[in-house]
Design a protein around this ligand. Structure first.
Ligand code: APR
Ligand code: PHB
Length: 389
C-alpha cells in the first residue's frame, strides 16, 4: 500500500490532522493500536480554545460541538472562602467552549468514516522506518500478517507512550520534564454542575476543580497524594472532601450523585525537542504533556496540527518545504508558552509539601495580586483563552 501521510494514532491529533488532509485531497492512513471503542472510552478534559473550534469547523466536524458545547465567558478562582471571577471575554474579547474531548474524538471519527478515509484499528507493532530518508514506510501487524505502507511523511500522533518518539535516536532528541508531587482524583457524575462556570479552588487541604461536560453532567477533581488508592475513595468521601475545599455557597449548593467514572492521574510537564526528524513529525502528546490546570493539552495538539497541516499542504500543492521545515520551531514557541502557563497555574493553585511558610505567603500574595490587578487578570485570561497561533 502507498499513501502520502501515515498517521500513527487515532486520538484528537491524528483524527484532526487526518480530516484536514482528507478535505484537502491529501491521501492519508491512520494506524491505531487499540479499538475505536477503546479510544472513545477515554475520559479527558473538555475546554476548547477558539483556535481549536475553528480547526474542527474547518475539518467539517463542528455541528454537534456548536449544538451541545457550552460557551464560557469566565472562570472563578476560589480562595480564602470566596470566589474571584476572571472575566475572560471582557478582558480578551474571546471565550472558551466547554465540550468533552471524547465528543470531539467521536465527531472526528464519524466525519472520517463519512469521508471514506482509511483508519486501521487494532494495528499491532506499528513501526516507522527510514524516516531519515525520502522514502519512509511504516510496518504493522494485523490478522497475523506483517504489512507495510510506503509514504512520503509520517505523523507521530501516538501520544506520550507512543512508538514515534521512541523511534528517534536518543542523540537526536532532547527532553525536558517536571513531575509534580501530587495527582488529581477526578469523578464524572450525571448531576448538575455546582456553577455555570469552572471553579479553580486553592485551599489549605489542597486544590479542587469544579468543571462539567453539560448542564447535567459534572466533572470534579481534588488534588491527592500520589500514593492514594481509588478504592479508598467512596463517592461520599470524595464529595465531603470537595465541599471542604470550596467556598460555603458552593459547598452548600453541591448536588451529589453516583459517579460513573473515577480515576487518579499524575501531573507532569514534558517537552521533546525538536519535533521533526526527516520525514517523521511528532504531534500533540507525542511531543509534550502539560499539567491539566491550564486546560492546554488538547488545545496544544490542535495548534501542532495547524502548523503541520499548513506545511504539508504547502509542500503538496506548491512543492515548497518552507512550512514543514518551520514546523518544529513554530510549534515549540507556542508549546513552551503553554507549558509556562500550565506550570504557573499549577504552582498558584496547589499545595506543595515543601512550600514552607514564606512560600505559602508568596502564593497568597500572588492570588491577591492576580484578582485585584487588571493587568495580571488580563495576562491569565489571554493565556487561558489561548495565545495566537
Ligand atoms: N501504534 C498505534 N497507535 C498508538 C501507539 C502505537 N504504538 N501508541 C499509542 N497509540 C495511540 C493511542 O492508543 C491513542 O489512541 O495513539 C493515540 C494517541 O492519542 P492521545 O494520547 O489522546 O494523544 P493526542 O491525540 O495527541 O491528544 C492529546 O489527549 O491525552 C490527551 O491530555 C491529552 O488532551 C490531550 C490529547
Ligand atoms: C475538565 O473538564 O476535565 C477540565 C477542565 C479544565 C481543566 C482541566 C480539566 O483545567
Amino acid at each position: 500500500m502507498r499513501t502520502k501521510v501515515v498517521i500513527i494514532g487515532s486520538g484528537p491529533s491524528g483524527l484532526l490532522l487526518g480530516q484536514l488532509l482528507t478535505n484537502a485531497g491529501i491521501d492519508n492512513v491512520i494506524l491505531e493500536r487499540v479499538s475505536r471503542d477503546y479510544v472513545l472510552g477515554r475520559v479527558r478534559a473538555g475546554v476548547l480554545e477558539e483556535g481549536m473550534v475553528s480547526l474542527i469547523d474547518r475539518a467539517g466536524a463542528g455541528q454537534r460541538m456548536h449544538a451541545e458545547g457550552l460557551p464560557h465567558d469566565g472562570i472563578s478562582l476560589a480562595f480564602d472562602g470566596r470566589d474571584h471571577r476572571i472575566d475572560l471575554h471582557g478582558l480578551t474579547d474571546k471565550r472558551v467552549l466547554v465540550y468533552g474531548q471524547t465528543e470531539v474524538t467521536h465527531d472526528l471519527m464519524d466525519k472520517r468514516d463519512a469521508s471514506g478515509a482509511l483508519s486501521i484499528y487494532e494495528a499491532g507493532s506499528v513501526t516507522p522506518h527510514d524516516f531519515a530518508s525520502d522514502h519512509p514506510y511504516v510496518t504493522y501487524e494485523k490478522d497475523g500478517l506483517t504489512l507495510r505502507i510506503d509514504c512520503d511523511f509520517i505523523a507521530g500522533c501516538d501520544g506520550y507512550h507512543g512508538i514515534s518518539r521512541k523511534s528517534v535516536p536518543e542523540t537526536a532528541i532532547q527532553t525536558f520534564e517536571k513531575v509534580y508531587p501530587f495527582g488529581w482524583l477526578g469523578i464524572l457524575a450525571d448531576v448538575p454542575p455546582v456553577s455555570h462556570e469552572l471553579i479553580y479552588a486553592n485551599h489549605p487541604r489542597g486544590f479542587a476543580l469544579c468543571s462539567m461536560r453539560s448542564q447535567t453532567r459534572s466533572r470534579y477533581y481534588i488534588q491527592c497524594a500520589l500514593d492514594e488508592h481509588i478504592d479508598d475513595w467512596s463517592d461520599e468521601r470524595f464529595y465531603d472532601e470537595l465541599r471542604r475545599r470550596l467556598p460555603a455557597e458552593h459547598a452548600e449548593a453541591l448536588i451529589t450523585g453516583p459517579s460513573f467514572e473515577k480515576s487518579i492521574a499524575p501531573l507532569r510537564s514534558f517537552v521533546a525537542e525538536p519535533m521533526r526528524f526527516g520525514r517523521l513529525f511528532l504531534v500533540g502528546d507525542a511531543a509534550h504533556i502539560v499539567p491539566p490546570t491550564g486546560a492546554k493539552g488538547l488545545n496544544l495538539a490542535a495548534s501542532d496540527v495547524h502548523y503541520l497541516f499548513e506545511g504539508l499542504l504547502e509542500y503538496c500543492n506548491e512543492g515548497s518545504a518552507a512550512g514543514i521545515d518551520a514546523y518544529s520551531g513554530r510549534a515549540l514557541k507556542r508549546i513552551w508558552k503553554a507549558e509556562r502557563f500550565s506550570w504557573s497555574m499549577t504552582m498558584l493553585l496547589h499545595r506543595f509539601p515543601d512550600t514552607g511558610e514564606f512560600g505559602q505567603k508568596i502564593q497568597e500574595a500572588e492570588l491577591d495580586y492576580l484578582v485585584h490587578s487588571t493587568a495580571a487578570s488580563t495576562a491569565l485570561a489571554e493565556n487561558y483563552v489561548g495565545l495566537p497561533y
